[in-house]
Design a protein around this ligand. Structure first.
Ligand code: SAM
Ligand code: SF4
Length: 331
């Protein structure tokens, strides 16, 4: 089997595909209330283009795909795409990141396609704080989705961005959910990808502060062995069935083991969350590039992968400050 390797010896075997930039929530750290300049239909990677890309990448050693967005379940016929993706030889794992507002309707079908890994984003377990952060009234739906998913035989992770003055009260109760449920609750450091760059001050709630906040309530947490390529530092409160993790997305301590590529809704391949995009695979496909030419472009992009997110950010030229919305990149 071919392996995609960067110049630091990191094997790239995972791609996160943002299938849409549209969303029915407006999490303030991700997107302005009025939305963004959403990708027009003819500029969006079509399912055929995405599947061809996945086929080519699967032959280059990419075996894991995460479907993200925007909100993946807002894209029309998304289940068609997931079904086709699940049939590609070499794609061994499909994971989904979702806001949980539309997910439940599809759960049985997803499980039947072998999709067993779900990251469900929920920044607060309090209805009012949830509304304050997401600016939309969907708490009950998301909570119901969580309850149902936690009863199924799936690998469920809850994602919460930790935001000063907005959801600090939720941290300990969310860790409390792991007492009886075998789930992982992951706290993400806030990043400046909010669509404007505005209102982003230096990060106060970094991974160290998050951990110390939790430990000051629960006592010393047991450090768990992190999986290879894990983005989270993982812990368990003694006696709890589940675990919690902290994702130092802004402090970027995990870049040394990065195994990821990203594909944006417009077809831009990114080798780092913080880069400006390396090349556009949709344009190559529309210019009738052969599989070989596409492979070469991917190999070249991976060859240029930055050492870490700090280098990628420093090398930005078009827009030196990170201001894009996470919905255009995929989390
Ligand atoms: N809509 C889906 C969801 O919310 O799960 C998938 C896309 S969303 C962009 C993916 C993840 O990125 C979510 O867990 C979200 O909380 C996270 N995210 C978005 N903007 C962020 C930011 N500025 N800093 C840190 N995480 C962010
Ligand atoms: Fe939508 Fe997810 Fe962004 Fe929230 S984080 S606005 S749910 S894409």
């Amino acid at each position: 089997m071919t392996q995609l390797k960067d110049k630091y010896g990191r094997v790239i075997d995972y791609i996160r595909i943002a299938v849409t930039d549209k969303c029915n929530l407006r999490c303030f750290y991700c997107m302005p209330n009025e939305g963004i300049d959403f990708v027009k239909q003819d500029k969006l990677m079509s399912y055929e283009e995405l599947l061809r890309t996945a086929h080519i990448l699967s032959k280059m050693g990419i075996s894991k795909v995460r479907i993200t967005g925007g909100e993946p379940f807002l894209r029309k016929n998304i289940m068609y795409f997931i079904k086709q993706l699940s049939m590609i030889e070499g794609i061994n794992k499909i994971a989904i990141t979702t806001n949980g507002t539309q997910t439940l309707n599809h759960l049985d079908e997803l499980i039947s396609y072998g999709v067993k890994s779900y990251n469900l984003s929920i920044d607060s377990i309090d209805k009012d704080r949830f509304f304050d952060i997401t600016r939309r009234d969907y708490f009950e739906k998301v909570w119901n989705c969580f309850e149902e998913m936690s009863k199924r035989d799936v690998n469920l992770k809850l994602n919460a961005v930790v935001i000063k003055d907005r959801n600090i009260e939720d941290l300990n109760p969310m860790v409390g959910l792991t007492k009886e449920k075998d789930i992982s609750v992951r706290f993400i450091e806030e990043m400046p990808f909010n669509g404007t760059g505005a209102n982003y001050q230096k990060l106060e709630w970094d991974y160290k502060k998050i951990l110390s906040h939790i430990e000051s309530h629960y006592g010393k947490a047991t450090k768990l062995q992190d999986e290879k390529n894990s983005t989270s530092l993982n812990y368990q409160i003694p006696g709890h069935k589940g675990s919690f993790g902290i994702i130092p997305a802004y402090s970027r301590t995990f870049c040394g083991t990065c195994n990821r590529l990203r594909l944006t809704p417009k077809g831009i391949i990114k080798t780092c969350l913080y880069d400006e995009g390396i090349f556009n695979i949709r344009d190559l496909i529309r210019a009738e590039a052969t599989d070989e030419q596409i492979k070469e472009a991917v190999i070249e992009a991976v060859g240029q992968k930055y050492k870490d997110g700090f280098e990628a950010e420093a090398k930005r030229t078009k827009s030196p400050n990170v201001t894009e919305s996470m919905t255009t990149i995929g989390g």
